[in-house]
Design a protein around this ligand. Sequence first.
Ligand code: GLC
Length: 812
Amino acid sequence: MKYGYFDNESREYVIDRIDVPVSWTNYIGVKDLCGVFNHTAGGYLFYKSPEYHRITRFRPNGVPMDRPGHYVYIRDDETGEYWTLSWQPAGKDLKEAKYVCRHGLSYAKYQCEYSGITGEQTIFIPLDDPAEIWNVKLKNDSNKKRKLSVFGYAEFSFHHITVDNQNFQMSLYCAGSSFKDSIIEIDLFYEQKGFQYFTADGNIEGNENFDCLRDSFLGSYRTESNPLAVEQGFCSGSFELGGNHCGALRKTVELAPGEETRLVFLLGEGDRQAGSVMRNKYCSKNFEQVDESFEQLKNFWKEKLDKLQIKTPHEGMNTMINIWTLYQAEINVMFSRFASFIEVGGRTGLGYRDTSQDAMMVPHSNPQKSRARLVELLKGLTTDGYGLHLFSPDWFEVQTEPPFKSPTVVPTPSRSQMVHGIEDACADDALWLIPSIAEYIRETGDFGFTDEMYTYADTFDPKTGEGKKESVFDHMKRILDFSARETGPHGICKGLRADWNDCLNLGGGESAMVSFLHHWALTHFIALGKYLKRDVSSYENMASNVRKACEKELWNGSWFTRGFTVSGRSIGSPDCKEGKVFMESNTWAVLSGAVSREHGIAAMDAVDKYLYTSYGLKLCDPAFSQPDDEVGFVTRVYKGLKENAAIFSHPNPWAWAAETMLGRGDRAMKFFDALCPYNQNDKIEVRRAEPYMYCQFISGPDHSAFGRANHPFMTGSAGWSYFAATRFMLGIRPDFDSLIIDPCIPPEWPSFNVRRVWRDAVYNITVKNPNRVSKGVIECMLNNQNVSCNNNIAQIPVQAEKTENLVVVVMG
Ligand code: GLC
């Protein structure tokens, strides 16, 4: 069953059957102001932090689902009939009305045709202003004159997620609202910068045209589906010091047959004065600035996407890579992982491992943000060499203003709560930072970054900004040394609180994943060090020891063991009854470069044999059914869900990449295709979630909802899919001084093209495959000159900035 289609020309996903089974979401805003909205305009807006500074309220996990939102109501003032431009909360029967949602890059468009009125509400946030614009267009397609009231409505929150959800005995009496100069202002009295505004174009006057109090607008015993003000056709001019507040503004329009009109509502951060500035800017001169800002936003994304565009025989791969997967990866880097309809803001800041990986995926499209994230992570590292699992980057900046103090008592975390000890360290967290730094440098050529000096979290004094400072290169060494030190009896890295798998809590037991990751990080570090002519010989020895331990202790004769519990039992090996085969150890055995090709092939064959399903690869098999605290929380999750043998998306691309390293392009594509959301566009009765987004996990075959996708958007799967598809399958990856072309594709592909911008030069690459092979480059021409191909890999030297270069590669 299908609910929409990909409109690649407009870079939109179009939902033309609006009653999708669950919310299909999108992210609005690319800087400080951000909103998460679904296909029916339900959702919320926050400024900088979804935990501390939520602007509009959301009632998560509730019924009716995913409300409230930012709504536009239309009322026919002659008949009294009313509806919303989005299908919820006051939509009409789908037999009588047509609703469409177009999710674009950082905007959502809600379109509605009902009773001769064609309406559209586009919500977006201009690049440089913290104001959400609702661009509303109405057209009278009937043959009679129409008199309409148009109401814009949103409900405000008490900012802090905790304050907004419990103990209202303070917050209810410290939030006020007022209306003046066509602007509603909300004031959180106990906060220094606790202002927001809601306004619209034109002069708005009179009590019938505004309400600042939610309950006056909605009326008692009513919901957003039947607000009293809309039903009766006028507002009541409510405002108050104290209470629950909303922005509700009414405007009237008269439309002759065929006539069109435009209205703009603005919802923003700041006080009435700020609102007035924005109103002048966006609501004057025929809304020129609205259109210009919308174009700028489109260009902002176009420029990013233009850094890498592909044209392959695989339409799904083209659509995902050229538009949606980079978009998803970028959103994760911009907003970290804590704002969605699932993660509703109770956590804030950065997760060490997630952010390190996310930052690795977009250095070409967002080098500044990648770099900024790397710096934040370097400052969140301890001198012991482990990263703080969850931290707020501002903890490690000099404090310029007093921290937020809520009116009810939300205790300020103490230093020891911020800088946790090794008992709370995850074994993998900081290891991800090393390849991430190396990839950032390969992309940008910013070699000086390795010498920049940054403090360590455990030595930092927020009052002075002082603390032990070392170079980035030295930070990297401490990370590698930590993993070399924290090993168990087999010489394999300890699992500690968790490794990449949050639910595998091995403590002093050992984790194959971490040792393989350690090796991968070492290879990146050694390559970088050698390029910079630094002495890395001790790390070469370290890598060799890791390889020996991995082959000796982890190869179990059939595939690679996942680890050992603290009492020495093995996990993920043939003698286990449950959790016999794991994805992480087998994919990382290959990816890390730590094991022989022969063992790598056997390991990936086991992945195919035991873990493959038509919706992607399961994390492990068979699922755990008995709680076992030596193994971890995974044994207490229902079978087929999350880490317990679900199709966990994030590691799937590891398998694609591993297969390409083994030269098996068709196998990599088989795995790619199974997970690919695009391929499930017509299976929504099973998938349920949006087909333009990777989801955290798909319920596995052990679960009754096999194939159902859960937790869209906020997942490292997007970044990894992008990384694996572009760098390994299409094989285009920057090195320190050359652009490598080393594809591994299905043998039936005759050719493909990639346009890649790298270090400010354009590479128009054509890869030809006349002999229908999977891997191996035999010939390469750069601007009609031969380039030698060592080891069947093309290496294009860095070309001058601003040049367009023609690259033709022949596989064979
Ligand atoms: C979630 C977490 C991530 C973890 C993964 C596997 O996606 O955000 O940190 O690696 O689950 O447990």
